[in-house]
Design a protein around this ligand. Structure first.
Ligand SMILES: [Zn+2]
Length: 309
């Protein structure tokens, strides 16, 4: 048995397979990415906590001699085990390595692949139908998100899907709707563009904000950033049914029907909740990257066809 193998046994460290599974689960809990394993990184301790490692196990080091330079190199045993497990996941194409992910995120981190995402969900017994709803990054989706974010806005934008185009296979469609969600929510910094609300679930898995289509899917509206807007659930609903729309310079346009609402309508306790939820002429909170603002063609269509004047 190798020196490293002996050390692992002597210190009663967890088996590599177990560490691999823990890594996949942790990746899902961290929205698809975790930092490279370095001393002092929280993630190293978080994973150690999962196995209830004691102080001795956490601080055990491997001493190796670099013959060339004739010096001793000390590596923490736990880091080494984490690295070996992640490396094995990378070889099985379940994660991408920090050297590859850095090109997408500018951070040295491990990221799930689509395959790894499926595996992780299965380990956590989360139904695969949740895949479209969870804000988990995968290398494949993130690559497309980055491509959209850095591509210039088309000069003549058409918010409708090409009606002639045949429906592609389900897998591509799923990826497309996830790319749409991710690019919209990320660009608006996870907040509602009307009220600014930014909240998620206690486990960090679910964001409240939604990626809304301006020209709806049912009307063959495109799944792209120029036909999208980030909205909280209340504003998403109110936008979809036409309580408000947007002006060409991205301000709130309020339906005249709003003033005619009965007095007992839209109240929470004594507060006029719904009536206070939409402020006319208020400017929208837009993405920092200017080219990602909704296209006027989408907005004009919404004003003409959905907005309740
Ligand atoms: Zn809102």
């Amino acid at each position: 048995m190798s020196y490293e193998g002996e050390m692992l046994k002597k210190m009663r460290m967890p088996a590599r397979k177990e560490v691999e599974e823990a890594l996949l689960k942790t990746l899902i809990k961290h929205n698809g990415t975790i930092k490279e394993f370095a001393t002092g990184e929280e993630i190293v301790d978080e994973l150690a906590d999962l196995f209830s490692l004691n102080e001795e196990q956490r601080s055990a080091v491997l001493e190796r001699i670099y013959r060339k330079e004739n010096r001793v190199v000390k590596t923490p045993l736990w880091h080494r085990l984490l690295y070996r497990a992640a490396d094995s996941l990378a070889r099985n194409k379940l994660v991408t390595r920090p050297t590859k992910t850095i090109n997408l995120t500018n951070k040295r981190e491990w990221m799930l692949t689509e395959r790894g995402y499926d595996f992780g969900l299965r380990l956590l017994k989360i139904p695969s139908t949740q895949k479209d709803i969870l804000p988990i990054k995968s290398f494949e989706v993130q690559k497309l998100v980055n491509k959209i974010k850095s591509s210039p806005k088309p000069e003549k934008y058409d918010p409708f899907e090409n009606r002639m185009r045949k429906r592609t296979v389900t897998k591509t469609l799923n990826i497309r709707s996830r790319v749409f969600r991710q690019v919209v929510i990320e660009s608006y910094d996870y907040r509602c563009s009307v009220c600014g609300l930014k909240i998620n679930s206690p486990d960090n898995l679910y964001w409240e904000v939604e990626a809304a289509h301006i020209v709806p899917h049912s009307k063959k509206g495109k799944d792209d950033i120029w036909n999208g807007i980030a909205l909280c659930r209340l504003h998403h609903w109110a936008f979809d049914v036409g309580w408000f729309s947007l002006t060409d310079d991205y301000k709130i346009l309020l339906s005249t029907g709003y003033d005619k609402l009965p007095n007992d309508y839209g109240k929470i306790g004594n507060i006029d909740f719904f009536k206070n939820a939409i402020t006319p002429n208020k400017p929208l909170l837009l993405p920092e990257i200017k080219s990602l603002k909704p296209d006027k063609a989408s907005i004009q269509w919404h004003r003409k066809n959905i907005f309740y004047k």
